[in-house]
Design a protein around this ligand. Sequence first.
Ligand code: GLC
Length: 566
Amino acid sequence: MEKLAKHEEMEMTTDHGIDFAKMLEVKPRPMQPIHTNRSFDERALSELISSGLSSPRPLRQLETVKSSECLEGLLLSPSIRSGSLVGTPNMHHSFEPHPMISDGWDALRRSLVYFRSKPVGTIAAMDPSEDSLNYNQVFVRDFVPSALAFLMNGEPEIVKNFLLKTLRLQSIEKRIDCFTLGEGVMPASFKVLHDPVRKTDTMIADFGESAIGRVAPVDSGFWWIILLRAYVKSTGDHNLADMPDCQRGITLILTLCLSDGFDTFPTLLCADGCCMVDRRMGIYGYPIEIQSLFFMALRSAKILLKPEGEGKEFLGRIDKRLHALSFHIREYFWLDHAQLNNIYRYKTEEYSHTAVNKFNVIPDSIPDWVFDFLPMKGGYFIGNVSPALMDFRWFAIGNCMAILSSLATPDQATAIMDLFEERWPELIGDMPLKVTYPALEGHDWRIVTGCDPKNTRWSYHNGGSWPVLLWMLTAACIKVGRPQIARRAIEQVEQRLSKDGWPEYYDGKLGRYVGKQARKFQTWSIAGYLVAKMMLEDPSHLGMIGLEEDKKMKKPCLTRSASWTA
Ligand code: GLC
């Protein structure tokens, strides 16, 4: 695709041989309706039967249905419902809907952003009382829960528009000072400027050149691929992903993260602040959030890419990377009681291939809090692993997405759920969900965050509680067959979120206080709640965002340290 200067974006529909308006008109394939009035138990059962099990099993409670037994069946068919697409949520409630649902939908619709009269995304926050900074933009990551809400409600058009617009933005030349970013980089956000006099709309993208800290988003491209697959899964519309431009968009993103370099690890090396945690928080290196999204995006791309030409070559590279990545993360990022004990007894300065302590982690670097935090039952993927450095902090997105992508083995996924139950006050608290645990305090905070006044202890990214994460928690709980955990978290959210004006985040160890500088009417707080509710109501939605375990992927076999066995 030809490179465009940013200000030319306006004329893009006709100037470069690609008529995007036409693309937007591509008709989805006919969709099979799902009968939402059947209970999940009934559906799971019938799908177990239709997916090839010879004899039906007795009905079980949702709480005990393991997704590994039925996930693939959950959304084999598209989940688009018939019925009204505007105004009201298109949900089929078997019970009195919570009043927050209609409030949420109203607020979500108010956040819609239009480009040439077509909805193309949702604004980050609609808080009239605060300076908008860049919250008046459509963030790629923030739009994901909005997109899922619209897909689940049978409104795929806005998602399609968003995917095509951001794809177009990808082709813009991205310059920061004298330096040009890689072709495949997707924007962190974009805004639409309406000129009422000239009656024109202009779209301006930010690839990190305006962002606080000037960091480019590594997660945007991954979210874009993940969302494209969700769209295809939900609508059955393969035409969109099959378009040459979409195929090229995928391969451009993959080119950025599959290129050969100096790496000795299959994980992706990143700058601080390159994802949801978008300012300095000591996550540079190999942050788990990016690795989980990378894994999910690779698996989604594998489904979306056509096995011909360039696509075929990429499919081979994806397979190799998935294999290495899953082994690395499952083996070296995993922490449970037994593994902590191994690390605690590590020998150091081990040279050569026989080294057990491969990254030369000095046991004295294990922070005290981990020993108290880690229960006998439960485990999680730690924040980062690089030479002589293990960041033991817990990060919600990395762990939830690891479950959803099946990067976590079934045992690991169960252990993460156990951890939620065992450490409810720490990870869920009064307002779900801690983005990271624990907070950096005192000297650590000064050194690691560079004295960031927004990320003070137990605030914002530094141990703050983010309601948006509820959708990921809910999806992960359903996938592991533990929806009661999500239900409990949602009940807590319903006590306050809407009364507090849908804040962006909460502060404090328990997440009891509306965040110091939290925006109100934060769109992803709203959409996250709606998605969580819709998923619990109809768990078949999980198929959009959950991937079944790939049985061919190598299982981890954790090696005991030499000192342990000695
Ligand atoms: C904050 C968050 C970031 C989000 C943005 C817009 O900067 O850290 O993840 O995308 O706000 O809501």
